[in-house]
Ligand binder design. Structure first.
Ligand SMILES: Nc1ncnc2c1ncn2[C@@H]1O[C@H](COP(=O)(O)OP(=O)(O)OP(=O)(O)O)[C@@H](O)[C@H]1O
Ligand SMILES: [Mg+2]
Length: 258
């Protein structure tokens, strides 16, 4: 069996991509699923959540992207950090990922490098989670080409839907190139039920996205910021918190998709 690959993407910054990657991954891992988290963001925040620091990263996903195809199976074991975060394996990112656009200038098949290289490890996992950077570029294209499901965290805040068109344009272009539609679901995040503005944005999202939206709504919970600050998941801070429960519900919904 091959892993299901979940890309967590939205080119808007700070909407909960890394929080979703880390905590959905942990929630799946707590359900005894074997999970691999890939940090595709040059800022490497997911890597930091696993307390893997830049100075100790000898091999990162950047090395995998640059390596010739015949070296991929040797490189995976070198860069994988086993059970680095709440039972999940982690493949660290690094700042050099920001140079990939230039590195890949003359590379053929550059949009499918990740998809092809993941074949070497796919059968070891139930889920592979891709934490994407907050912009549209070669890393996002690689993530979308590899993905079985795109999860789009959308902050239930003013201008939440603003700028999403760019992501959907990329999605439609890839759908045409791949000859299959990439499945996607929007995920409302940072929802504050006491704020009327949040409720209005949520209603707007529900109208616009219709069925392409999870039923789970990720509420605001200060434990997430605490987890980010400490470099861990919300399950390491308080496994009974509201935020922890939200990602458990999301994990259940994800499991029902297949
Ligand atoms: N549901 C939530 N409630 C409260 N705080 C949250 C929630 N989700 C995320 N946060 C906090 O918001 C900040 C941004 O979240 P996160 O890093 O997940 O966003 P991102 O989309 O990955 O950002 P970037 O685009 O920079 O990669 C973090 O400090 C995180 O702890
Ligand atoms: Mg992030």
């Amino acid at each position: 069996m091959c892993a299901k690959i979940l890309a967590i993407a939205n080119q808007k910054g700070g909407v909960g991509k890394t929080t979703t990657s880390v905590n959905l991954g942990c929630a799946l891992s707590r359900l005894d699923k074997k999970v691999l988290l890939l940090d595709l963001d040059p800022h490497a925040c997911a890597t930091l959540h696993a307390r893997i620091y830049p100075e100790e990263v000898q091999y990162s996903l950047h090395d995998l992207f640059l390596a010739p195809e015949e070296n991929w199976s040797t490189l995976w074991p070198l860069l994988l950090r086993t059970q680095a975060l709440h039972g999940m394996d982690v493949a660290p990112g690094c700042i050099r990922l920001s140079e990939l656009e230039v590195d890949f200038k003359d590379r053929s098949g550059k949009g499918s490098v990740l998809s092809r290289s993941l074949r070497a490890v796919s059968s070891d996992y139930d889920f592979i989670i891709l934490d994407c950077p907050p912009h549209v570029g070669i890393l996002l294209v690689n993530a979308l080409v590899a993905a079985d499901l795109l999860i789009i965290p959308i902050q239930t805040d003013f201008l939440a839907l603003h700028g999403l068109k760019l992501l959907f344009d990329t999605l439609h272009t890839l759908n045409k190139a791949l000859g299959r539609p990439i499945l996607y679901r929007a995920l409302p995040t940072m929802y504050d039920r006491r704020a009327k503005a949040c409720t209005r944005v949520l209603e707007l999202m529900q109208r616009k996205m219709e069925h392409a939206m999870f039923n789970t709504i990720i509420g605001i919970d200060t434990n997430f910021r605490e987890a980010s600050a400490q470099g861990c998941s919300i399950y390491d801070i308080n496994q009974n918190s509201r935020g922890a429960r939200c990602y458990e519900a999301l994990a259940q919904e994800v499991l029902c998709l297949w």
